[in-house]
Design a protein around this ligand. Structure first.
Ligand SMILES: Cc1cc2nc3c(=O)[nH]c(=O)nc-3n(C[C@H](O)[C@H](O)[C@H](O)COP(=O)(O)OP(=O)(O)OC[C@H]3O[C@@H](n4cnc5c(N)ncnc54)[C@H](O)[C@@H]3O)c2cc1C
Ligand code: SF4
Ligand code: SF4
Length: 438
C-alpha cells in the first residue's frame, strides 16, 4: 500500500459538515469511519461501511475518487492541496473486515424474488433482500457474477478475486441462488418467473449492446467492440499496432489492456480536441505513462483490414466538432477497437408485456424504481444510462426498500400444492450406485 493508512486517517479534520460525504454518491459517513478506526474499532468501522454499501470492497478501488469523496475533501482548499485519501482507508478497513463476514443466511420470510443481472445493481438488491429474509435467485446471462465489474473493468484495475470473495461471503454463505448462463427474455421470460411463484422481479441488466459507428468496415475480422474486447481480449487477434477509437474510460481500459497483451503501438483517436477527453485524468495519465499515443481531431470514416481512413475535424470553444471536407488520410493499423459506448439491449423488454422504455431503450421507472408493470422493478445502468458502480449501488438501495414494501403489501398466497398428496416414486435397489458397479 503506497500510503500509510493511519497517516491518512490522522490528516482528517473530522469536519462537522463533511464535504467528502456530500461528494460520495452513497453518502459514506467518512469522518465517523475514520474516527472508529483511530479509536481502534476496526470491526465497527467495517460494519458501518458494509451496512451502507454492500460493494464497499469494489467501490474503494474503482470509484472516481478525484471527482467524488477525495475531490470534495476540505483539505483540497488548503495551500498544500492535500486531501485525505479515503479510498485507501476504505480499502484497508473493508478488506480486513470482510474476512470476518461468515454469517449464514437470515431466517426466511416465505417470499421469493428474482434478480435479472448480477452487476452492482442486481448484487446490491440481492444482498439487501436476502438480509431481510427473502429467498433470492439471481439470473445471469454470463458464466460468472459481477457484470461490468468482471467483464468490463480489467483485472489489473479490479482483480477477479475481489468479486470471488464477494460471491463466497455475500451469496454462497447467505444462500442466494445464482443461475449462470441464463438470459431472461429468451427461453425463460419474466412471465415464467411470476408463474413460478416469484413475488417480484428486479431488472439490473445494464447496457450490454456495443454502440457502433455504422461506417464501412465495422464487421471486419481485425475490428472489435470495446465491451467484447474487454470481456475476452486474448480471443481477438488484432496484431501489435492497435487503434482505439474513443477517449473515454472504456477506451483507456482497452488501450491499457492491449499494452498488457503485448501490443507494440497503441493509439487512441478522438474526434474532438485534447480539452475534451472524457476519461478521468488518472486513467488518461496512466495510459500515457504506459506508452499509449493519442491523436486528436480525427473522425474515422472507414475501417480496413490494415488500418482506417479518418478525416480531420475542428473543435470550437463550445466543444462542437466540424469535419474538414476533403481531409481524408489513411492511418495504418493491424487492429481496431471501437470504444464509443454501450446501449441497452431490448430482447428482455420485447418479450415482456407492459414494461415501457424510452427512445434510448432505457427502462421507464418511477421515483422508487417501479417499472410500468406491477411487481417489476429496475435500476442501475439499464435505467440511468452509463454511470458508475457506486451510483448503481446507491439507486439499488432505494429500489430494494420499494421492493420490500411492495412484497409486504401483497395478499397472502393461497399456497395450495395441487400435487401435495401424490405418491413418491421409490427407486428400486438396483438403481443405486454400489461399490461393485463402479
Ligand atoms: C469498460 C468499462 C469500465 C468501467 N469502469 C468503471 C470504473 O472504473 N468505475 C466505476 O464506478 N464504473 C465504471 N464503469 C461503469 C460501471 O461498471 C457501470 O455503471 C455498472 O457496472 C452498472 O451496473 P449495473 O448493475 O447496472 O449493470 P452491469 O454491470 O452492466 O451488469 C448487468 C448484468 O446483467 C446481465 N444481463 C443483461 N441482460 C440479462 C438478461 N436478459 N438475463 C440475465 N442477465 C442479464 C449482464 O450479463 C450483466 O452481468 C465502467 C464501465 C465500462 C463499460
Ligand atoms: S463509495 Fe466511492 S465515493 Fe464513496 S467514499 Fe467510498 S470510494 Fe469514495
Ligand atoms: S472533508 Fe476531508 S478533512 Fe473533512 S471530514 Fe472529510 S475527509 Fe476529513
Amino acid at each position: 500500500m503506497a500510503l500509510h493508512v493511519l497517516d491518512e486517517a490522522n490528516k482528517c479534520l473530522g469536519c462537522k459538515n463533511p464535504l467528502c460525504q456530500k461528494g460520495c454518491p452513497i453518502g459514506t459517513n467518512i469522518p465517523e469511519v475514520i474516527r472508529l478506526l483511530k479509536d481502534g474499532k476496526l470491526d465497527d468501522a467495517g460494519r458501518m461501511l458494509f451496512e451502507n454499501n454492500p460493494l464497499t470492497t469494489v467501490c474503494c478501488i474503482v470509484c472516481n475518487h478525484e471527482k467524488q469523496c477525495e475531490g470534495h475533501c476540505i483539505r483540497n482548499r488548503m495551500a498544500t492541496h492535500d486531501p485525505v485519501h479515503f479510498s485507501i482507508i476504505e480499502d484497508y478497513i473493508s478488506t480486513t473486515f470482510a474476512n470476518k463476514m461468515v454469517m449464514g443466511p437470515a431466517p426466511k420470510n416465505g417470499m421469493k424474488t428474482a434478480i435479472v443481472g448480477s452487476g452492482p445493481a442486481g448484487l446490491t438488491i440481492a444482498v439487501l433482500l436476502a438480509r431481510w429474509g427473502y429467498d433470492v435467485t439471481i439470473f445471469e446471462a454470463r458464466d460468472k457474477i459481477g457484470g461490468i465489474m468482471r467483464y468490463g473493468i480489467p483485472n489489473f484495475r479490479l482483480p477477479d478475486s475481489v468479486l470471488d470473495d464477494f460471491e463466497y461471503r455475500h451469496l454462497i454463505l447467505k444462500d442466494i441462488k445464482v443461475r449462470p448462463h441464463t438470459s431472461i427474455g429468451r427461453t425463460i421470460t419474466i412471465d415464467d418467473l411470476f408463474r413460478d411463484g416469484y413475488d417480484s422481479v428486479f431488472i439490473g441488466s445494464g447496457l450490454r449492446k456495443p454502440s457502433a459507428m455504422h461506417i464501412k468496415g465495422e464487421s471486419l475480422g481485425n475490428v472489435a467492440f470495446a465491451i467484447d474486447y474487454l470481456a475476452n481480449s486474448k480471443g481477438f487477434r488484432l496484431g501489435d499496432d492497435i487503434a482505439v477509437i474513443g477517449v473515454g474510460n472504456s477506451a483507456m481500459d482497452c488501450a491499457r489492456t492491449a499494452v498488457r497483451n503485448g501490443a507494440r503501438y497503441v493509439t487512441c483517436y478522438s474526434r474532438s480536441d485534447r480539452n475534451n477527453i472524457q476519461a478521468s485524468s488518472y486513467e488518461y495519465s496512466y495510459s500515457k505513462l504506459e506508452g499509449v499515443h493519442f491523436r486528436f481531431n480525427k473522425q474515422p470514416v472507414e475501417l480496413r483490414a490494415n488500418g482506417m481512413v479518418c478525416c480531420d475535424t475542428i473543435t470550437d470553444e463550445n466543444g462542437n466538432v466540424t469535419v474538414v471536407e476533403g481531409s481524408e488520410k489513411f492511418y495504418p493499423h493491424s487492429g481496431i477497437v471501437v470504444a464509443i459506448g454501450q446501449a441497452a439491449e431490448s430482447t428482455l423488454i420485447k418479450t415482456t408485456q407492459g414494461i415501457d422504455m424510452d427512445h434510448k431503450g432505457l427502462l421507464t421507472v418511477d421515483a422508487d424504481g417501479s417499472t410500468t408493470r406491477a411487481g417489476v422493478f429496475a435500476g442501475g445502468d439499464a435505467v440511468q444510462g452509463a454511470r458508475t458502480v457506486v451510483e448503481a449501488v446507491a439507486m439499488a438501495k432505494k429500489v430494494a426498500e420499494a421492493m420490500d414494501n411492495y412484497m409486504k403489501s401483497l395478499p397472502p398466497k393461497d399456497g395450495k400444492d395441487i400435487y401435495a398428496d401424490i405418491p413418491v416414486f421409490e427407486a428400486p435397489p438396483e438403481d443405486a450406485f454400489s461399490e461393485k458397479k463402479i
